[in-house]
Ligand binder design. Sequence first.
Ligand SMILES: [Zn+2]
Ligand SMILES: [Zn+2]
Length: 346
Amino acid sequence: MLIPQEMKAAVWQKGELRLTTLPVPEIEPDGVLLEVLSVGICGTDHSMMKSGGLAEGTILGHEVCGRVVACGAKVRDVVLGSRVIVRPTFCGQCRDCRAGRPYFCQDGRRSIGIGDMPGAFAEYVKVYPDMLIPVPDDVDSRNAALAEAFAAALHGINCIDAPEGPALVMGGGPIGLATVCLLRLMGVSPIVLSEPVETKRKLGRELGADHALDPFGEEMGRRVFELTAGTGFAAIFECAGVPDNIQKALDWVARGGDICVVSMIFAPAPIVPMTLNFKEARLTGCYSNTHAENRQCLDWMAEGRLDGRPLITDVIDLAQLPRVLRERIDTGQAIKVIIETGAARG
Ligand SMILES: [Zn+2]
Ligand SMILES: [Zn+2]
């Protein structure tokens, strides 16, 4: 395959993304070069840009579907021309890996976009074979780029032993909506979504929520009582990133129920711990996801049981990213933004 010398990339410089021309990364004997087809912008990317702590020269982008265009001499079992998604490596041997938590592995961990290697807001990205998960032929590159967001939602659900209804999803961003889709697929019922933005509530209903409520417009306590026949929710997923939601979840969870905090909440969230005693509820959080969860979501997509594409509100090219970030992402208007390069279009 013909690989050019130079590529375009969106590089973090002086507090903003700047479209820059860079040399295409060189791969070592154990490396693989991907041509980026579709890459999603994740809430994590956005928070890192807003945090003020993002290092100069960073190239973000980890929710990527790419095509293998070059393999180093030592690489086996990676098919040139095949499509893949990319996840961090893990050692398979440390305490966390042995306990089934490979996403906590720190032993030689390599990752793109939010780790030690440049990410996929670029035309090409360098990766390693252990990072790669093949994309089934029946899954298009946009859907595949969303598999990781679905895997993150699936991981939140898997943090609860046996999710049951009634279930509440707090927040209708990409992860909350993905959680709705997955709960639906798993047969959990009824599913209630709480989300202040009308268009997101509407999409939530289309994707499988039995009820979609505006947490500011409704008398939530009364609605929770009605919708759960007075028991509260057996499972609650906090996907909104709102600190006050933790105590609300404790108030609305059923006795013996589960709460999983899927979003990352940096601010303190005051709670009354006694609520946990009176309900023997479990409050947990989830972090990242496994390769197996990503494979599962891709398989469901291939079977036609899961489709991330309704979440996509914007398909753009790299050059449009700085503007779309300001006008559509910062303002909360976009749900899921996908960047496509010339390779995906042509
Ligand atoms: Zn992500
Ligand atoms: Zn490990």
